[in-house]
Design a binder for this molecule. Sequence first.
Ligand SMILES: NC(=O)C1=CN([C@@H]2O[C@H](COP(=O)(O)OP(=O)(O)OC[C@H]3O[C@@H](n4cnc5c(N)ncnc54)[C@H](O)[C@@H]3O)[C@@H](O)[C@H]2O)C=CC1
Ligand SMILES: O=C(O)[C@H]1O[C@H](OP(=O)(O)OP(=O)(O)OC[C@H]2O[C@@H](n3ccc(=O)[nH]c3=O)[C@H](O)[C@@H]2O)[C@H](O)[C@@H](O)[C@@H]1O
Length: 441
Amino acid sequence: MKISVKGCGYLGAVHAAAMATLGHEVVGVDPDARKIELLQSGETPFFEPGLDEILRAGLASGRLSFSTETERAAGAQVHFIAVGTPQSADSGSADLSYVRAAIADLLPLLGPDQLVVGKSTVPVGTAAELARLVSETGARLAWNPEFLREGFAVQDTIAPDRLVYGVDRESGDADAAVLDAVYAEALAAGTPRIVTDYATAELVKVAANSFLATKISFINAMSEIAETVGADVVTLADAIGHDERIGRKFLGAGLGFGGGCLPKDIRAFVARAEELGTGESVAFLKQMDEINLRRRQRVVDLVVGSFDGSDLGDGATPLAGRSVAMLGLSFKPNSDDVRDSPALDVAARLHALGAVVSAYDPETNRNAAARVPDLRYCDSVEDAVRGAEIVVLGTEWLEFRELDPAGLRTQVERAVIVDGRNALDPDAWRGAGWTYHGMGR
Ligand SMILES: NC(=O)C1=CN([C@@H]2O[C@H](COP(=O)(O)OP(=O)(O)OC[C@H]3O[C@@H](n4cnc5c(N)ncnc54)[C@H](O)[C@@H]3O)[C@@H](O)[C@H]2O)C=CC1
Ligand SMILES: O=C(O)[C@H]1O[C@H](OP(=O)(O)OP(=O)(O)OC[C@H]2O[C@@H](n3ccc(=O)[nH]c3=O)[C@H](O)[C@@H]2O)[C@H](O)[C@@H](O)[C@@H]1O
């Protein structure tokens, strides 16, 4: 099938390459000329495990290409929309200007027997509004929200754990059949498929991300209590996680959630519900957001508190001249994404308090430096920790989980570590002479 993918960011580039892997003829379209040039030459514009292989295989097969020109999408039977829906600058609501522009670009190319398929995460009600525009061309619209995780994006796209199609009441069966042909391989492997209306499909996406955010904030709320009474949140998570109804996944207490999706999606959900007059139903998500952001300050407080009060700087810059090593800057391991990254936010806050922050991330230094240029970016753990008075683990890359505490101790000025992701073994680090601070333990 001939497919176009509008928007070649973290979602769209993977989606385009994955669709080519499934045997479709795909063109990815994005106005970002640098991104398109890289993709067309087989280079990934961001770090995503496995993407380079399927990108190069797709290009070599002749089934995959990229362009800055929307006209190249002409004649495709399915047009996926994978453009960004970031948080609006002045409110929590989603900025739909990219989605509207992407649809407007496509309208002149559309005709009967073509299906526009939204994948971007949008506020409930968006698809119905866009469907009216699309239907004027004779084409139809479906909404097929995406549930991939960065770091696992390729496998999540080729073998998703479920497919959700939001379709129009009238043409629903025919539109679902087109999507079935797109995803034939996953369906043959038994992937559950849910066909529903636009509003339900849009809500499934934001409900899923809200639930995940709530789970993380719940365990971080338990962290706060555990810190007050001297309990251990990791043991608590293990214990409640054995209950299958609760489950252990997404009970990782620590610096909390960040990234280009969970934070903005819960805020956009609250904003949309308020517009609809049902704000109270999801008002709890504001608290989830607050709990989440408090964890970042907790790490900053642990760093400040680790220094003797008598030699702290003035109130505004209590860390003046202090040497802090920051390990990890991306919002989670196996990703170079620093959008709303808790680790980078903590590094920036420490810098603002006067610290000299030496930061190292295996994949993210360049993206981080574009947002927070004032850190001292390092090429290795050794470079970052040399002479440090405190080490902060902000992202649990495997490289950091496997650090040797005894070896590292010889390189720092003061052996104090804040494990912002509860990723290290406290006994091993304490045994090697470190003062270890975890989150909620
Ligand atoms: N990143 C992720 O893991 C996931 C993202 N999503 C959703 O997917 C959407 C895209 O997210 P990301 O890929 O992370 O964003 P991104 O910012 O990485 O990519 C968006 C891309 O759209 C391009 N674009 C903007 N206007 C365009 C237009 N008129 N025509 C064609 N391309 C245009 C931009 O140049 C950019 O390359 C968002 O709604 C997000 O919530 C959903 C599931 C997973
Ligand atoms: O809509 C999206 O874009 C995507 O958002 C999340 O995927 P992603 O942002 O890639 O990352 P997650 O693995 O969900 O992690 C999000 C954040 O939560 C944090 N987290 C995760 C798990 C946990 O136990 N504790 C915790 O603090 C991570 O460190 C990270 O900062 C969802 O998991 C995807 O299903 C969804 O498609």
